[in-house]
Design a protein around this ligand. Structure first.
Ligand SMILES: *Cc1c(COP(=O)(O)O)cnc(C)c1O
Length: 489
């Protein structure tokens, strides 16, 4: 038996203090405080410099409170402490922060810092026991709000309910224990994946098909994070998300405008719905890279011409397109000015569908401002603009299990109400969705919420730029020697 269940998350606090390793009076009190925290199963990471503290904040997501010396590095200007605080708040706005100071110094702490800290620690006034109690309470409160709705409910449920009386028939993994290969399988993935593999008949977690209970709460939470009116968690990839949208939006012999470089699932969805596609041709440069559909092909006149020239359309030519699909970003990573697409294509169709399978991160970095489907929009403009759909493969460029996908909807002109849309959703969903995939959608949303999304995308962009610089430098150096090497575009 393990002494600590692998289902419990470890607790760590970061102690950033000059004297935590010395033998001064403060050092002794800090050690006493440390012992109290350890008794509460809290591990303490210590840092005596800004550099160490910031490195730990970046690398250790299990830190659940920061205990910060206002005079870190004995800096009377407090720049060191402020740098640590800023590094934390750039990534996480909810983590509890305690400032070590005395009453005299506290009076001079600037308002901006007070706003970012949660509490003070008066090291020589309160007992270690009392201070530890406050820290433990803050850590517990932080942990309670940290998990998103569906994953939080799933984690709690898997701890409370020992036996499974529903499908899947492996009943919490126990069926695998009866043969050598089954046991190897169980040990390979570990207990939790089986214990949390549940049936739609587990009422406590709600239903993906009804969008009820914690699953429905998770979808509402993701809608807030991704800027949608409604979000649907999908467990069969964006291939299914695309089919759901098209089946809900168009029917036999209706006209749809379709990016010529769309995903196969769009073609399938059009085949199934019986709609008639008119293709819009994207640009392609001399390297073969796929760019966007140029604006001059998105105007009402150009759309009318494409409709007229399309042999699939009847000769009477009175067909009016309802739905348009655009791949954003393109397969080679080029993205659209979505507001402009809405303005241009919105003159021809009421419903715009952005296939953002590779683009779920866009909302979280200002670099992509207005270049993704669920960009911010004043409420007044919503009803006059087209209804907008986005499909995102959470598993592609966010962190989630394979097949995790989301549909985001923003209602505008000619919206599809939830009840009707959900018929198409159910037509393509299994009645036995995988709960680990649903939970991974939920966790993906929570990773991108608030400061986290900005910090994570910023890191990736910096790494990508550094990588390009490196390739370009190698290319240039080898070119000087008359040799060839790949280059970046
Ligand atoms: C991958 C992809 C899809 C399908 O997504 P899955 O999650 O793999 O089903 C849809 N559209 C585009 C543009 C894609 O690249």
């Amino acid at each position: 038996m393990l002494t600590q269940s692998p289902r419990t998350l470890h607790m760590k606090v970061l102690l950033a203090h000059c004297v935590c390793k010395t033998d001064s009076a403060a050092g002794r009190v800090l050690r006493e405080l440390g012992e109290q925290l350890v008794q509460n199963d809290i591990e303490i990471l210590t840092a005596t410099t800004t550099f160490d503290a910031v490195a730990l904040i970046r690398s250790e997501p299990l830190i659940q409170a920061l205990l910060l010396d206002w005079e870190l590095e004995e800096d009377k200007e407090h720049r060191a402490a402020m740098r640590v605080l800023a590094a934390l708040r750039n990534r996480n706005r909810n983590l509890p922060v305690f400032l070590f100071t005395d009453r005299e110094n506290a009076a001079h702490i600037p308002l901006t810092v007070l706003r970012q800290a949660n509490d003070f620690i008066w090291l020589f006034e309160d007992t270690a026991d009392f201070i530890a109690g406050r820290i433990v309470a803050a850590v517990r409160a932080y942990r309670r709000q940290m998990l998103p709705p569906m994953f939080g409910a799933l984690a709690r449920f898997s701890q409370v309910h020992e036996y499974s009386w529903h499908t899947p028939g492996h009943t919490g993994g126990t069926a695998f224990m009866k043969s050598p290969s089954g046991r190897a399988f169980f040990d390979f993935f570990g207990e939790n994946i089986f214990r949390s593999d549940l049936s739609i008949s587990v009422g406590e977690l709600g239903s993906l098909l009804d969008h009820s209970g914690p699953i429905g709460k998770g979808e509402a939470y993701a809608a807030r994070v991704f800027g949608a009116d409604r979000t649907y968690y999908v467990t069969n990839g964006s291939s299914t998300s695309n089919r759901v949208i098209l089946m809900a939006s168009v029917t036999r012999n209706q006209a749809a405008l379709c990016d010529r470089n769309c995903h196969k699932s769009i073609e399938h969805a059009i085949t199934m719905s019986g709609a008639i596609p008119t293709y819009l041709l994207p640009s392609r440069n001399h390297y073969g890279l796929i760019g966007p559909i140029p604006p001059h092909r998105l105007t009402p006149e150009a759309v009318q011409r494409a409709m007229r020239d399309n042999p699939l359309n009847s000769s009477s030519g009175d067909a009016h397109p309802i739905h348009a699909i655009v791949t954003n970003s393109t397969y080679d990573g080029l993205c659209y000015n979505v507001k402009r697409v809405e303005k241009l294509l919105g003159q021809s169709v009421d419903r715009l569908h952005f296939d953002e399978a590779w683009y779920g991160y866009a909302r979280f970095n200002p670099m992509y401002h207005d270049r993704f489907a669920m960009h911010d929009i004043p409420d007044g403009e919503k009803s006059s603009g087209p209804t907008v759909f986005a499909t995102q493969s959470t598993h592609k460029l966010l962190a989630a299990f394979s097949q995790a996908s989301m549909i985001h909807v923003r209602d505008g002109r000619n919206p599809i109400d939830h009840a009707r849309f959900n018929e198409a959703f159910m037509m393509h969903a299994s009645t036995s969705p995988n709960y680990a995939i649903i939970a991974s959608n939920d966790v993906s949303a929570s990773m991108m919420e608030g400061a986290g999304g900005r910090a994570l995308t910023e890191e990736s962009i910096r790494e990508a730029v550094a990588f390009r610089c490196l390739i370009a430098r190698i290319n240039a150096e080898l070119a000087e020697q008359g040799q060839w090497f790949v280059n970046v575009w």
